[in-house]
Write a protein that binds this ligand. Structure first.
Ligand code: ZN
Length: 92
């Protein structure tokens, strides 16, 4: 069985079910038709560029809980990539 692991950050607007839906359409009739998609969600993390404090949160537009600074950048949560592909070589 072929399995593809996809990493998706929670700050993206990417919905697992949508990716699966379009994957099914695009792979119909190909060798990937029966491949399994595994989704690994990444919780958002932010860094304050004023004091360097690393913290978790739910969205952009928040203040640093340490110094109150407003210069916040996302450190995690914007991922969208294929982490691994397992290919069935028919050995079993
Ligand atoms: Zn700060």
């Amino acid at each position: 069985m072929t399995a593809i692991t996809i990493v998706v950050g929670d700050l993206t607007s990417i919905v697992d079910e949508s990716v699966q839906f379009y994957f099914n359409i695009m792979t119909k009739g190909t060798i990937l038709e029966d491949a399994i998609l595994r989704f690994k969600r990444i919780a958002p993390e932010f860094v304050c560029t004023d004091c360097g404090h690393l913290f978790t949160g739910r969205s952009i537009g928040i203040r640093c809980p340490d110094c109150g600074g407003k210069s916040i950048v996302a450190d995690k949560g914007q991922e969208f990539y294929i982490e691994s592909v397992e290919v069935d070589d028919g050995a079993d």
